[in-house]
Design a protein around this ligand. Structure first.
Ligand SMILES: *Cc1c(COP(=O)(O)O)cnc(C)c1O
Length: 500
């Protein structure tokens, strides 16, 4: 009996889907530029920004979509965003390097939000170009005010980043479970008094533009609670004579990676069964992704991203804004409108959804040795070049045969382990047994789809002097795909029809 193939096939929307159809083009790119290779579609990031903007519009909310730059280093993406409506699209930078990059890509300082812990150089340049500084702590606020004063800089717009909304039970409804998740970032709401006092002291040098949070979770409840709390904090600030305008709810809108809910359901169920020994392992050496067998029961929590998400990206924002908030019972959209608060968001992963893929050439295919049905597929890439697994995102690559379609028809689904180009036992592209529609051959390509968010360059390194991926920007022009190096892309041509 043939074994059941446990696919986790990627969700691909146009134009990424049509780019994947053009295997000869992708092979030609890889032949010329080497493997691994990152391919970006800058037009898609602008479309995504538009979708987020539409959600704000639908609810009559003013505010900005700030791209969380840390998700991708690309210049093409940042330049394309710089070309979007300045009133709506900004960028969130978390280092001096990111700030310099954003400015060099065409963002003016007033469209930049500086977040994260900041050194003096970062603070100075942010203040100098009149960026909004998202202040992490009272100490940072003091340092900023001191810089502004001693260097004769203009008054700086700031947001204050708050955290630990659950720690103080004052606003929690009856029966609400207190999930207190300590964050290294932001100032706990309960300790914000120090901030307000510092703000009053430094009024001449900093202006409170609003309050912010970024809770790293997919849980709607936690986010809704934080949002509602921020609306109330805004009112408290106003009663102190401050004039905040916007609530910034950070990022974390999420991406749906796996197209089919059933495949995700089947795979996660099978993982539990495999951990219990009720079926053969689905992973390298029985790795359990955090699950373990304790006397016949599955324990632990799977350290996995929910790869199939029915609600993600702009839809997630829409849901967050429209469901009743836990304490006041109104929707956050209504609350924000009534309190005349603008809404800023800082999507990273979700803004680069469907914006790119990572290609790797198959170098070698051989049996694993212990199971004749299993093969090791060695790629000209390592785990640092394609780090979906690092973020717990499990999704299949797409096989792009070297030799055309006729070749693709034959063959049977096989389970393979994808190994990298480092002499390290741990260098697996994923620890999951990956099913492919047939056994790949040397020279075929595997395309890892939707890697623009954190996967394509976040963890890239130069171990063993293996080449790091080049990155190219691909655009549609006169019914054909055109490409250029990422650093040479400028958003000058009119967007045109996608090749079919
Ligand atoms: C990382 C980060 C984001 C983006 O998070 P995503 O999950 O990629 O949307 C936004 N804001 C801040 C402050 C961050 O640190």
């Amino acid at each position: 009996m043939p074994e059941q193939s446990l696919y986790l096939r990627p969700r691909t929307d146009p134009p990424l889907a049509s780019l994947l159809q053009d295997a000869p083009f992708l092979h030609a790119l890889c032949d010329a530029l080497g493997s691994p290779l990152n391919v970006l579609l800058p037009e898609v990031v602008a479309d995504n920004a538009d979708r987020f903007r539409s959600v704000l519009r639908r609810h009559h909310l003013a505010g900005r979509v700030y791209f969380a730059h840390k998700a991708n280093r690309s210049s093409a993406l940042v330049r394309r965003l710089a070309a979007c409506d300045p009133a709506v699209v900004g960028i969130d930078v978390a280092s001096l390097g990111e700030l310099r990059h954003a400015l060099s890509c065409g963002f003016t300082g007033d469209r930049v939000m500086a977040t994260g812990p900041k050194d003096q150089e970062f603070l100075w340049l942010a203040a100098r170009v009149a960026a909004t500084v998202n202040v992490d702590s009272p100490g940072e606020l003091e340092r900023l005010a001191h810089l502004v004063r001693t260097h004769g800089l203009g008054r700086v717009d700031i947001l204050v980043r708050l955290s630990e909304f659950e720690a103080d039970g004052a606003y929690a409804g009856p029966g609400t479970r207190m999930l207190s998740r300590r964050s290294r970032f932001g100032t706990p709401v309960a300790e914000a008094d120090e901030l307000w006092k510092a703000l009053e002291r430094h009024r001449e040098h900093v202006d409170l533009a609003g309050v912010s949070y970024h809770v790293d979770t997919t849980a709607l409840d936690e986010k809704a609670r934080a949002l509602e709390r921020c609306v109330l904090v805004m009112d408290e600030c106003r009663s102190r004579g401050l004039t905040p305008r916007a609530v910034d709810i950070g990022g974390g809108f999420g991406v749906c990676y796996v197209a089919d809910a059933g495949e995700w359901e089947r795979w996660t169920t099978a993982l539990s069964e495999a951990v219990l020994g009720a079926r053969p392992p689905l992973t390298w050496r029985g790795h359990g992704y955090g699950l373990r067998n304790e006397g016949g029961t599955v324990r632990g929590t799977a350290a996995l991203y929910p790869a199939h998400r029915p609600v993600a990206g702009p839809d997630y924002l829409e849901t967050l804004l429209t469901r009743p908030a836990p304490v006041l019972g109104r929707s956050p959209a209504t609350l924000l409108l009534e309190h005349l608060d603008d809404l800023h968001i800082e999507p990273g992963r979700a803004l680069v959804d469907q914006c790119g893929l990572s290609l790797a050439k198959v170098v070698d295919v051989r049996p694993t040795g212990d199971d004749p049905r299993r093969h090791l597929v060695r790629l000209a890439m390592n785990a640092g070049d394609m780090s979906l697994e690092e973020h717990g995102v499990l999704v299949d690559p797409v096989l792009l045969p070297r030799r055309g379609d006729g070749d693709r028809a034959g063959g049977e689904a096989v389970g393979v382990y994808l190994v990298g180009n480092l002499c390290l036992e741990a260098d697996l592209i994923t620890r999951r047994l990956v099913y492919l529609p047939r056994l790949p051959r040397t020279g075929d390509l595997l395309a890892f789809v939707n890697t623009a968010g954190y996967a394509m360059d976040f963890h890239a390194h130069r171990a063993q002097r293996q080449p790091t991926a080049r990155t190219v920007a691909v655009t549609a022009e006169d019914g054909a795909w055109r490409w250029c190096p990422d650093e040479d892309y400028w958003p000058l041509s009119e967007p045109q029809g996608v090749p079919s």
